[in-house]
Design a protein around this ligand. Structure first.
Ligand SMILES: [Zn+2]
Length: 120
């Protein structure tokens, strides 16, 4: 049933057929592009929450012993603060844990570099 229909279109509307294919691809690409933009918009809204889930509980446990050293967020708890400085410090803790440093070692290093330990 579809065979004679294809033949008919192919015979008389060859150029239009190609245009339909090009238009189809264009719509597809546009759809993917818009889809990606919408997904990106949603991701940036969720980013604030996603930041915290990046770090392990051990990282947040160590971060919780410090206040943020950025100087602009009012010395928030480092585990809670999501500013750039807090992220850098937490990334440092995370990487240090991965290289096998002990809890105490990391606390001492962070205190030396950034300071603001809760008991210091
Ligand atoms: Zn901060």
């Amino acid at each position: 049933m579809s065979k004679p229909l294809q033949k008919k279109i192919g015979k008389g509307l060859k150029v239009t057929n190609e245009q339909i294919i090009i238009a189809g691809i264009f719509v597809l690409v546009l759809g993917v592009f818009i889809g990606a933009m919408v997904a990106e918009g949603g991701a940036s809204k969720k980013r604030m929450h996603a930041i915290e889930s990046i770090f392990s509980t051990h990282t947040l446990e160590i971060a919780g012993e410090f206040r943020c050293s950025c100087g602009t967020c009012g010395e928030k708890n480092l585990a809670i603060c999501t500013c750039e400085t807090a992220l850098i410090e937490k990334r440092y803790i995370e990487n240090s844990l991965k290289t096998g440093k002990s809890h105490q070692q990391i606390v001492e290093e962070i205190n030396k570099i950034y300071g603001l330990h809760n008991n210091g």
